[in-house]
Ligand binder design. Structure first.
Ligand code: GMT
Length: 373
């Protein structure tokens, strides 16, 4: 198949999933065209079946807001026409579903089919904003196929938008060879002493991630078990979290590593991964840590229970239960048998339910179904 993939190229789960999916499809012989304003962050390696088409948004004195979405639609239509695409697969409904529909309209009856993958905040936050609600609903309704990354997100989309489209659940995935315990960064000593434990958090540091809770959980854990906290990512809450760590006298224990591309190496060094988000439609970073054999402590919210099996691969507690999450983390860290058992169960669950191979096949089958319809 010839597939045009559009996603946000910035660091984030939806861009990561889009890039990994494109790479797997290319290895299977499909011709993949990424269409975005920048190279997606996980797309580094060259592959003969992958091309990248940059969207240029010209600025003009009249444009206080340069019309990125129109430039993207025009580029999608151009690539589809020149490369005879069969399919547009867009990730994140806003604005990509509507932009994809516009590109289809420009192309007329020869247009590729349009598949939209819903990732989470496009439905749970942005789509619920009054100014975006109708347009998000429109984009979803106009798509020829819609997938969601969890059952939770599928149900929420159906409930909130009252739409009639079928929505296929295809969970996010990891490549078990890329995310595995043996790929841990070799110099653990650069981060922690042998007697110290490593707690880890990875996100885009947006309010929905509750990263102040991460620091507060760490404060409590560190009083019981000597530990360090690694914070990977960038975003609007970083400065406040750093200030909180300073105020709590933890500056030398909490290390902000900024954006990192090789997160598997870091994840595999950790003893526990913390994800106390307000809401997570899936929680890709939790899955990546599980695949590295690391138990997860986080919130019992959204699609998290589809990823983390409470009591088996970690613990899920009510949103904001900092005390509970700290207590569960301490329990894991104080009991090497439990940590080992939960780490093994995490790796096994990640491999069993979320391996790339079968899930990429699900996407291929879904493409064929939509193309045949
Ligand atoms: O977390 C975000 O706000 C960003 C968003 C994204 O674009 O990466 O994340 C969402 O999509 C990920 C990939 O499908 C999911 O793993 C995240 O759970 C989801 N985030 C939220 O639902 C908050």
């Amino acid at each position: 198949m010839k597939i045009g993939i559009t996603c946000y190229p910035t660091v984030g789960g939806s861009g990561a999933v889009a890039a990994e999916l494109g790479k797997h499809l290319a290895r299977r012989g499909h011709e993949i065209h990424f269409i975005s304003y920048r190279l997606p962050f996980r797309l580094g390696d060259f592959h003969q079946n992958i091309s990248f088409h940059a969207v240029d948004v010209s600025s003009y004195v009249l444009f206080e807001y340069p019309p990125h979405d129109l430039a993207l639609a025009a580029k999608m239509a151009e690539v589809a026409r020149e490369r005879q695409l069969d399919l547009f697969h867009v990730h994140y409904a806003i604005p990509h579903a509507v932009v994809g529909f516009l590109a289809q309209q420009m192309l007329g009856s020869d247009a590729p089919k349009l598949i939209t993958t819903l990732h989470g905040t496009d439905v749970t936050l942005v789509g619920q904003d009054r100014s975006f609600f109708e347009i998000t609903r429109f984009g979803i309704q106009k798509s020829d196929g819609v997938t969601a990354v969890s059952h939770f997100l599928r149900q929420m989309t159906l409930d909130e938008f009252q739409i009639k489209n079928g929505i296929e659940v295809i969970h996010n995935f990891i490549d078990p060879a890329d995310y595995c315990p043996s790929r841990a960064y070799k110099d653990r000593a650069a981060f922690a002493r042998p007697d110290e434990k490593i707690l880890l958090h990875i996100s885009n540091f947006r309010p929905v991630k509750r990263i102040m809770d991460v620091v507060r959980i760490f404060e409590r854990v560190n009083k019981e078990v000597p530990s360090v906290l690694l914070m990977v990512g960038e975003g609007p809450e970083r400065a406040s979290a750093q200030a909180l760590a300073r105020r709590l006298g933890l500056s030398d224990r909490v290390r902000f590593l900024g954006t990192q591309t090789s997160v598997g190496e870091i994840a595999a060094m950790a003893d526990v991964f913390l994800l106390p988000s307000e809401l997570e439609s899936f929680g890709l970073s939790a899955l990546e840590s599980m695949a590295c054999g690391v138990p997860v402590v986080g919130s019992d919210a959204g699609g998290m229970p589809e990823v983390v099996e409470n009591g088996v691969t970690g613990y899920l507690l009510p949103v904001g239960d900092v005390e509970g999450m700290a207590a569960r983390t301490v329990e894991i860290l104080r009991d090497p048998d439990r940590q080992h058992r939960m780490g093994g169960a995490s790796r096994a669950r990640a491999e069993r339910l979320f391996s790339a191979d079968p899930l990429v096949t699900r996407y291929e089958q879904y493409y064929e179904k939509v193309l045949g319809s």
